[in-house]
Ligand binder design. Structure first.
Ligand SMILES: Nc1ncnc2c1ncn2[C@@H]1O[C@H](COP(=O)(O)OP(=O)(O)O)[C@@H](O)[C@H]1O
Ligand SMILES: [Mg+2]
Length: 610
């Protein structure tokens, strides 16, 4: 599995983008997405070739025009009448503009459509990747790929690629023409080209490194921004506004100074190129005009050469710029490809047709051991064997960090056992379609995240398309109806960003309603009442009791008072079962972990009440 640590790291890890065989493959990869829109793309390319070729006629015609006017020397192809040649010029201008109009529009269209396709593909991929991927990669990073990398690719398809083609045609055509027609002048002029290329490489490298550092520094400031705004209550409670502003300012100053440094390089590069170009043109003018003075050359012919030189110079400068852009796009493509190469855990096509498997007898951990892939040295679950019988309520208790949530993750097939197997009615769940398997469950996680829509939409997430009656019934079962009705907008009340407008207990009851609505075979609750005050706890507890009747459930709890009635209580310790039994059985164990734990909690509770 690939791992991307920070924006900077990835670029460094990437092989330098040069036009190797690999890179050509990457380029073709982009064009595989262009394929559905190839007709317009190919016609666009054709137009591009025509307009680029035609544009090479401009300098010749302009030169001819001057020769006709000054020397009365007829044009080789268009005769000696100014009117005729101007007409030709007019047609030329009209045709190139018209073709350019369509070409630009079509390339943009192809770029938009094909990149939208890649975006969707990438999102489809990311959302179907296993949970672990999201622990190993930063979400900000993934979002940046979907937005920034793909914008880069889009630019390539819609403009950069066509610029490069146009510039190549003009460069090859122009250089060939001047070398054939004006060998001596051309050699004077072209002698500066190797110098420019050398400078381009020298400065190009510096600019690229610097640009990357600037990007990194900018990413760092975004992190400050993101963290401080997300944790705004911590910032304020610790009155750390000034501290955060200083952190942000410092970061930004770094960005600015790097950017200014880079501007210096760019300025030096552009200045040098300008100097060399104008110098070369001046030199050529000197040589050329001397010839004109001596009567060896017409002024219009010299003009042809000067116009051509300017064309060539312009293309050369543009080519350097576009070349770096192309390199960037190839880098972006590689990153996109890396993600697309990851293995999805859910096949979307199959997911649509998957049917809930039948659950008949039991769900069983058969000698399961587990380590997190990212932390292989720490065994979390150690040869665990546990049978969850249909219709029974199993409680899992134990100190925090003991692997309770990990057990929930494994039940949901977020992670595969390192050893042993989970079995549904004796069948290894590895062999059951993931989507189908997960349909058996509803899961109320430890940290509840509500989506930014209305309360109604949030409950309906448990069963998309549920009727209003169903939603209200579910809310009633979860003891949520009352407080929801208390809001002036009722079920249409918008839940703020990440549900902050609701209290912990309210969020928890909405999550329960969501689970009720799904009406699952198996319910998993991870510390559903841990963060609640006694009153909310009581309400959630009542809701739970209704929910748990006749349902297989795995209740992970910190507060033992909430699971006293469970059919089986499992006490976890060091990745395995330390004690197991009903409340009465466990309380009967002399010096038992559960007993101690329960006694302490009962005492705390009494103190609370005092
Ligand atoms: N995604 C993860 N990657 C690596 N280690 C993890 C991950 N999630 C949890 N852990 C570690 O696994 C152990 C058990 O965690 P967890 O199952 O959340 O415990 P509990 O729910 O009992 O408090 C902890 O030591 C925790 O640091
Ligand atoms: Mg936990």
């Amino acid at each position: 599995m690939s791992r991307f640590n920070s924006a900077g790291k990835i670029e460094e890890d990437l092989p330098k983008a040069r036009f190797s065989k690999e890179n050509l493959k990457d380029a073709f990869f982009i064009f595989s997405f262009v394929k559905p829109y190839r007709t317009k793309f190919i016609i666009g390319l054709f137009f591009l070739a025509i307009t680029s070729g035609l544009s090479l006629l401009f300098p010749t015609i302009l030169g001819d025009l001057i020769n006709i006017a000054v020397h009365a020397k007829p044009s080789k192809y268009f005769g000696s009448s100014l009117k005729t040649v101007f007409t030709v010029l007019g047609i030329l201008i009209f045709t190139t503009s018209l073709l350019a109009l369509f070409r630009i529009k079509w390339f943009a269209e192809v770029g938009e459509k094909s990149v939208a396709d890649i975006r969707i593909k990438l999102y489809e991929k990311i959302i179907t990747l296993p949970v672990d991927f999201f622990y190993q990669n930063r979400v900000g990073e993934l979002i940046s790929r979907i937005s920034n990398d793909l914008s880069q690719i889009q630019d390539t398809i819609s403009t950069i690629f066509s610029n490069v083609i146009r510039q190549t045609i003009i460069l090859i055509g122009g250089v060939t023409y001047v070398l054939l027609m004006f060998p001596d002048l051309a050699l004077w002029f072209l002698s500066v080209v190797p110098l420019i290329i050398a400078f381009a490489f020298y400065f190009g490298k510096k600019i690229k490194t610097n640009a990357r550092n600037t990007q990194d520094a900018l990413a760092q400031t975004s992190i400050v921004l993101e963290e401080s705004l997300q944790g705004i209550s911590s910032v304020k409670s610790f009155t750390n506004e000034t501290f955060e502003i200083a952190r942000y300012t410092k970061g930004l100053k770094g960005v600015v100074s790097l950017a200014i440094r880079n501007a210096g390089f760019r300025g030096a590069f552009a200045g040098t190129v300008m100097f060399l170009m104008f110098g070369a043109i001046t030199l050529v003018l000197w040589v050329g005009l001397t010839k004109v003075q001596q009567g060896l050359m017409e002024i219009g012919t010299l003009n042809k050469f000067v116009f051509f030189s300017m064309f060539i110079a312009g293309s050369l400068a543009g080519f350097a710029e576009n070349y770096t852009q192309l390199q960037k796009s190839i880098g972006a493509t590689q990153r996109v490809k890396e993600i697309l190469k990851e293995t999805s855990e859910v096949i979307l096509k199959d997911a649509l047709n998957s049917e809930k498997p039948v659950f008949e007898t039991s769900l069983r951990f058969n000698n399961v051991s587990f380590v997190y892939p990212s932390r292989p040295e720490q065994t979390i679950i150690n040869h665990l064997t546990l049978t969850i019988e249909k219709g029974k309520q199993i409680a899992i208790v134990g100190p925090s960090g003991m692997g309770k949530s990990t057990i929930a993750s494994m039940l949901l097939k977020f992670y595969e056992p390192f050893e042993g197997a989970l079995e549904l009615d004796g069948k290894n769940i590895k062999d059951i379609d993931t989507t189908a398997y997960r349909q058996l469950f509803a899961f109320v996680p430890q940290e509840i995240l509500l989506f930014g829509g209305s309360i109604k939409e949030n409950i309906a997430y448990g069963k998309p398309g549920a009727t209003d009656e169903d939603i209200i019934l579910a809310a009633k079962t979860a003891n949520a109806h009352e407080f929801i009705s208390g809001f002036s907008e009722g079920y249409e009340t918008l839940v703020g960003d990440r549900g902050v407008k609701l209290s912990g207990g309210q969020r928890q009851r909405i999550a329960l309603a969501r689970a009720v609505l799904k009406n699952p075979e198996i319910l998993i609750l991870d510390e559903a009442t841990s963060s609640l005050d006694s009153k909310s706890e009581q309400l959630v507890q009542d809701a739970l009791e209704k929910l748990l009747i006749n349902r297989t459930s795995i209740v992970i709890a910190h507060r033992l008072s909430t699971i006293k009635n469970a059919d089986l209580i499992v006490v976890l310790d060091n990745g395995n079962i330390a004690e197991k039994g009903t409340h009465q059985e466990l309380m009967a164990i002399k010096d038992g972990i559960y007993k101690n734990y329960y006694t302490i909690q009962a005492m705390e509770k009494r103190e609370d009440l005092d």
